[in-house]
Design a protein around this ligand. Structure first.
Ligand code: NAD
Ligand code: TDX
Length: 357
């Protein structure tokens, strides 16, 4: 049976990947449905990320609802009011460092919030087969790799941080709802994303902004931890392909086949940002500062993404160099956005426009 894909509930659509995904969706001629973006607007959620889409499609094909996935009644109301037939679940606490400082909200949102969403979908859909619950997850659930090897769909879970443990918990819940209740569900586990609208607490935007502002570039530990980087719209495309053709109950690993040691990446960013700003690269590199390591810091992530490539025909479109150039340009051109998300004004603006949480 083919999937409806006509009324898509996107959770966390005002965050980094969610906003890029909704933008991507509205660019697809084959997507003719509506999107309901449910977002609690935490520090990481910003309605400005989709302001132009809200102008173009607001009230017709795009609906924003400020709400929390921890609140079951909100979810049940959305499923019935908008006749939701598809869920793409991004909403989460997403930053590893924050999970080390305060794990509780990660468990509440990522684990309990996901269980609420699964229950709301199950109650609304009953035994419908033309529906889909797609869960967006991370390669961090598999733990840390040594120098060789890759995570695959068969790798056993071994999360190491409160963040990755909470995401692993949510993955297990989705799998169990699929197995026990027959909920049509898919999961993607993706490597590190980068691109426009990423909150400047994550490595690439922090480094770009600090280079531009002449501030120290904090490299954790020895700088030799390895991450695999993927441009965010390539991730969005993989999700869209899974929504269309991914098998119910299946998991897909998605990655950039693009591994970088942190220090080498920071040096590359120094060179690229300095060139874009017309400044000497050597001055930028002088800003590199080694700082205490992240507790429990995973050494290396890398994924074998042959399944999504061979079965669904996915391939990334952006080379790392092009993607970084586009990202650097975006942060240089969107200084107002940067100021807004970094200032207390942002929280005030949210409260004035959307009410206190
Ligand atoms: P983000 O922190 O930028 O955005 C998260 C969004 O979820 C925000 O808009 C926030 O307001 C919203 N949110 C948080 N708690 C909520 C709640 N209780 N109810 C409703 N909305 C809530 O995160 P991101 O980087 O865009 O990541 C999105 C998803 O993708 C997450 O599930 C994350 O685990 C996963 N992921 C991220 C990466 C990455 O590199 N960033 C890689 C793989 C997977
Ligand atoms: O200031 C920094 N200095 C530094 O050396 C920061 C913020 C990070 N780092 C290092 C830690 C990591 O090895 O850079 C690497 C990338 O760090 P983050 O941007 O915090 O990402 P990471 O911890 O790898 O997790 C990200 O990718 C997987 C996302 O935040 C997760 O949501 C996603 O699941």
């Amino acid at each position: 049976m083919s999937r409806s894909l006509q009324s898509v509930l996107v959770t966390g659509g005002s965050g980094f990947i969610g906003a890029n995904f909704i933008r991507y969706l509205f660019e697809q001629p084959s997507f003719t449905g509506q999107v309901v973006n449910l977002d609690a607007l935490t520090y990481a959620g910003n309605p400005a990320n989709l302001a132009d889409l809200a102008d173009a499609y607001g009230g017709s094909r795009y609906h924003f609802k400020r709400g929390d996935i921890r609140d079951f009644e909100t979810l049940a109301d959305i499923f019935s009011r908008y006749e939701i037939d598809t869920v793409v679940h991004f909403a989460a606490e997403s930053h590893v460092d924050r999970s080390i400082l305060g794990p509780r909200v990660f468990i509440e949102t990522n684990v309990l919030g996901t269980s609420n969403l699964l229950e709301a979908a199950r109650a609304a859909w009953k035994d419908r087969a033309d529906v889909l619950f797609h869960h967006v997850s991370t390669d961090e659930v598999f733990g840390s790799l040594g120098e060789a090897g890759f995570f695959s769909e068969e790798t056993l879970y071994d999360p190491k941080s409160p963040y990755s443990a909470s995401k692993a918990g949510s993955d297990h819940l989705v799998r169990s709802w699929a197995h026990t209740y027959g909920l049509p569900a898919t999961i993607s586990n993706c490597t590190n994303n980068y691109g426009p609208y990423q909150f400047p607490e994550k490595m690439i935007p922090i480094m770009i902004l600090n280079i531009l502002e002449g501030k120290p570039l904090p490299v954790y530990g020895d700088g030799k931890n390895i991450r695999d980087w993927l441009y965010v719209t390539d991730h969005a495309e993989a999700i869209w392909m899974i929504m269309n053709a991914g098998g119910a109950g299946e998991t897909y690993l998605v990655g950039g086949e693009n591994e970088w040691e942190n220090l080498t990446l920071v040096e590359t960013l120094c060179d690229k940002v300095a060139a874009a700003a017309g400044r000497p690269a050597s001055k930028a590199r002088e800003l590199i500062t080694f700082v205490s390591d992240r507790p429990g810091h995973d050494r290396r992530y890398a994924v074998d993404c042959r399944k999504v490539k061979n079965e669904l025909g996915w391939a990334q479109r952006h080379s790392f160099s092009e993607g970084l150039d586009a990202t650097i340009r975006w942060y240089m051109e969107n200084t107002e956005w940067v100021e807004q998300v970094r200032s207390g004004e942002y929280q005030k603006w949210i409260e004035d426009n959307y009410g206190r949480r």
